[in-house]
Design a binder for this molecule. Structure first.
Ligand SMILES: [Zn+2]
Length: 331
């Protein structure tokens, strides 16, 4: 078993013992908490596991729900550990919006404490297999090292044994579907405000569809279509807009092997890549070394796994589009 699997099991054990259990039981058994169960000031409470879903819940829920985020701004979400208070909160929240496979701690906690109130975005759209959109696939080089890298790496480190790529919010057309379904879910849960949920969901889906159009047009004619990224978060973006992702590493925390680095450098040279992309929350060191080796520059491409320093999901995606247009020389 890998380190991460051990870590996950230890986390789960921790949740079930000692103060965490007491806190959860107290929240569950107290009459006052129960009578308002899942509401904040009379409004349903939506718990959002990571920023993109928090943005969506705030947009679709409007003033009719209270949104609680589990991932603090600036925190790399994959390794999130939940506090006892957050776990207790799951016992009484109305809905937990998450993407199974992004945050093992959240997946476990939803299973154990909110199984009947989970809203898993990955069940609502067609998912891509982990590693899809990878440049190596396009070249038909199915080396054994490559396969192991994509499948095992993602399953162990990046998620809860899921075989798909969980970063689905980076395709606005898929995310529009999630917006619509969230509106339906909230309308069913809180019928008194159904019209508002549906109206805001439609507006949000329209904004996402417009963004999708901008990306389609902006990335239609580019001198290069290969994107070398820090961790393989951009499979959906690559798939939707016909780009090829070359991930230096699947796992944002792991140092790539020298063999993997050499392989990526070779692809970057062959594809005449001019920009190596780094991420907001991951150290750019490896990308900088690689860029120097192949004579490229670096630029930040945001996987929007955490709240952007400025603006919101939509403006962060537009910044990504501008960055890509420059890096890939799109007309
Ligand atoms: Zn990620």
């Amino acid at each position: 078993m890998s380190d991460s699997s051990r870590r996950i099991r230890m986390r789960a054990a921790g949740l079930l013992t000692g103060t965490a259990l007491l806190a959860a039981t107290a929240a569950c058994g107290s009459g006052a908490a129960d009578s308002t169960g899942g509401s904040a000031g009379g409004r349903p409470e939506v718990t959002a596991a990571l920023y993109p879903l928090q943005w969506l819940a705030e947009r679709v829920g409007g003033g009719d729900v209270a949104v609680v985020g589990l991932t603090e701004p600036g925190v790399e979400p994959h390794d999130l550990e939940l506090t006892p208070a957050q776990v207790a909160g799951l016992e009484k929240t109305s809905l937990v919006a998450y993407v199974k496979g992004v945050q093992p701690a959240v997946d476990e906690a939803v299973e154990q404490h909110a199984a009947d109130r989970g809203f898993d975005a990955a069940t609502l759209v067609t998912t891509l297999a982990a590693g899809e959109g990878h440049a190596e696939e396009g070249h038909g080089e199915e080396g054994h090292a490559e396969e192991g890298h994509a499948e095992e790496g993602h399953g162990d480190e990046h998620g809860h044994e899921v075989s798909y790529d969980p970063h689905l919010w980076l395709d606005p057309s898929r995310f529009a579907t999630v917006a619509t379904r969230l509106g339906e879910k909230l309308a069913a849960a809180d019928p008194a405000h159904a019209a508002g949920y549906r109206e805001r969901a439609a507006k949000t889906a329209a904004d996402l569809t417009a963004l999708d159009g901008e990306l389609t047009r902006g990335l239609a004619n580019c001198a290069s279509r290969s994107i070398v990224t820090g961790h393989e978060a951009f499979g959906y973006l690559a798939d939707r807009y016909r780009l090829q992702q070359v991930g230096i590493s699947v796992d944002p925390d792991a140092e790539p092997s020298p063999a993997r680095l050499a392989e990526v450098a070779e692809v970057a040279k062959r594809e005449k890549v001019t920009t190596i992309f780094t991420e907001t929350l991951v150290s750019p060191k490896v990308a900088e070394v690689l860029a120097q080796e192949v004579g490229a520059t670096t630029a930040v491409l945001d996987p929007i796994e955490s709240r952007p320093a400025e603006g919101d999901y939509l403006s962060a995606m537009r910044r990504n589009l501008a960055t890509l247009k420059t890096a890939l020389s799109c007309s």
